[in-house]
Design a protein around this ligand. Sequence first.
Ligand code: NAP
Length: 279
Amino acid sequence: MHMNEPFFDDGCEHVVRHTAPGRRTVDPVETIMRLEDKTCVVTGGSRGIGRAIAETLGEEGANVVVNYRSSEAEAYEVAEGIDDGPGSAIPVQADVSQLDEVRSMYEAVDDVYGGADVLVNNAGLTRDGKFENMTREDWEQVMEVNLGGVFNCTKTFFDDLCEADEGRLVNISSVVGQQGNYGQANYATTKSGLFGFTRTIALEMAGSGSTANCVAPGFVKTDMLETVPDRVKEKILDRIPLSRFATTDDVAGIVRFVAGPDSSYMTGQILAVNGGMEW
Ligand code: NAP
C-alpha cells in the first residue's frame, strides 16, 4: 500500500498515514455522501438498470423516488434496501406514458421531499420485430413509453430541475440509438430521439446552471436482454471489444457520476457505456 492510500472497510473512509518506517496510524474521516439531501427520481426503478441506479444513488445518501408501473413488490424491496443504508426512498407507482399519473407522482414527491433535484428517465420497453412485421401498435407502445414517458416526466419535473442547485436530467438511451439494430426500428428510433431531446433541453436548461445528459448503455444483463435469442446474443458478444455484456452496476456507476457534483461542467453529452463498441 502506498503512502496515504485510502482503503475501505466498514463504510467509513480511512486514510493510512505512515508516520515512521514500519509504523502507521489510521485516521477515520467522514465518508463523502455526494448526493446527501438531493432528491432523485428514477423511473422504472423497480428492476434492471433502474434498480441499480436507484440503489447506487441511495448509497450516496440521496432521497430516491423508486418509480414503477407494475412491479410493486420489487419497488418496495428496492426502497426498503435504500432506507436501510445512508439514503431514504419511497416507491411511487405511475405509468410514465400517462401524464396524469406522472403528475400524481410529482405530488407524492413534493409532499415527501419538497421537489426533485435529479430526474433519471430510465423506464423503457421493447416490442421487437422485423419492420415488415411491425404493427402500428408495436410502434406506438414503444413511442409512448420511451419518448412519451420522457416528455411527461421531464415536463412535470422541469421547473424543479431548473430551480435546483445544479439540477440534473439523465436520459437513458442505448447503443441501439447510435447503431440501429435488426428488429428494433421502433426502439432504435426512440433511443436516437433522446439525443436530440437531450441536447435541446441542455441548451434550454443551461441558463439555470442545471444539466441534461444521455447515458447510452450497450447490451446489459437484464430481463430486457433475456428477450433476445441466444444465437443473436452470441453474435452481439462477438462485436463487444471487452467481450462481455454490461452489468447493471457498470451503467449505474456512470449515472452516479452524471447525477453528482463532479459533472457540473458537462451538459448535452452522450456517455457511451458499451464495452468499446463503435458507433
Ligand atoms: P427492464 O429490466 O425490462 O426494466 C424496465 C423497467 O422499466 C422496469 O422497472 C419497469 O417497471 C419500467 N417500466 C417499463 N414501462 C414503464 C412505464 N410505462 N412506466 C413506468 N415504468 C415502466 O429494462 P432494463 O434493461 O433495465 O432497461 C432500462 C432502460 O435501459 C431502458 O430505457 C432501456 O431501453 C435501457 N437500455 C437497456 C439495455 C439492456 O441491454 N438491457 C441497453 C441499453 C439501454 P415495472 O416492472 O414496474 O413495470
